[in-house]
Ligand binder design. Structure first.
Ligand SMILES: [Zn+2]
Length: 199
């Protein structure tokens, strides 16, 4: 955008940093925001500020929360014995939407990728192992998606827990290869969950 005001260029730059937003889309969004009324832009800015100020990671599961412990971890009706391990906080959503999982969650914060320098300590793997040792976890559902890195992360955790009594399971293969967990439809999710298999 030649000769565009610096503030507009800055907005386009920031928007284009968001996932799956290319420069063209970023420009379209920026123009859309600027051509709308000021109030709408202010409420978007407010929502961003509030999210930044209020949302933290739950100290127990590392999911998103507005308090130190999230509502799921705090709910006494959830089964503490079943822990569903996911890559990212957003992966909790499809499970909650389908209502299939009655246990708790644990967010790893990514998957192992030695080439990118992502080692077990870079993720919440040490915290996961510690939690399993301290609590009465009966089953660990490794719901890590189907990328090669996710596969090797699941196998790594399984190996670390080789001598533990905790049952390790994974979602059944019904998930299209390469798809992200958050885009799975409810039916596929239900089937993959109910037909989960022992690692
Ligand atoms: Zn939590």
């Amino acid at each position: 955008m030649l000769n565009s005001p610096p503030a507009l260029e800055n907005l386009v730059q920031e928007l284009s940093k968001l996932p799956s937003i290319g420069r063209k889309t970023a420009r379209r969004l920026a123009f859309h925001l600027l051509s709308g009324d000021r109030e709408k832009m202010e409420s978007l800015a407010d929502a961003l500020t509030q999210a930044k100020d209020k949302i933290v990671h739950c100290s127990r599961c590392y999911g998103f929360s507005e308090s130190e412990i999230c509502q799921i971890c705090e709910n006494p009706r959830r089964d503490e014995g079943i822990l569903c391990v996911v890559e990212r906080a957003s992966d909790i959503l499809p499970f909650e939407n389908s209502g299939i999982h009655k246990g708790l969650y644990f967010v790893l914060g990514g998957v192992l990728s030695p080439l990118d320098g992502i080692k077990p300590e870079s993720l919440h793997i040490p915290e996961l192992i510690k939690r399993i040792e301290q609590e009465n976890t009966r089953e660990l559902i490794l719901a890590l998606g189907s990328s090669p890195e996710a596969e090797s992360t699941a196998l790594y955790i399984d190996r670390v827990l080789a001598n533990s009594q905790v049952r390790r399971t994974r979602l059944a293969r019904g998930i299209p290869v390469g798809s992200e967990l958050e885009f799975i439809d409810d039916i596929t999710m239900l089937r993959a969950f109910e037909e989960r298999v022992k690692i």
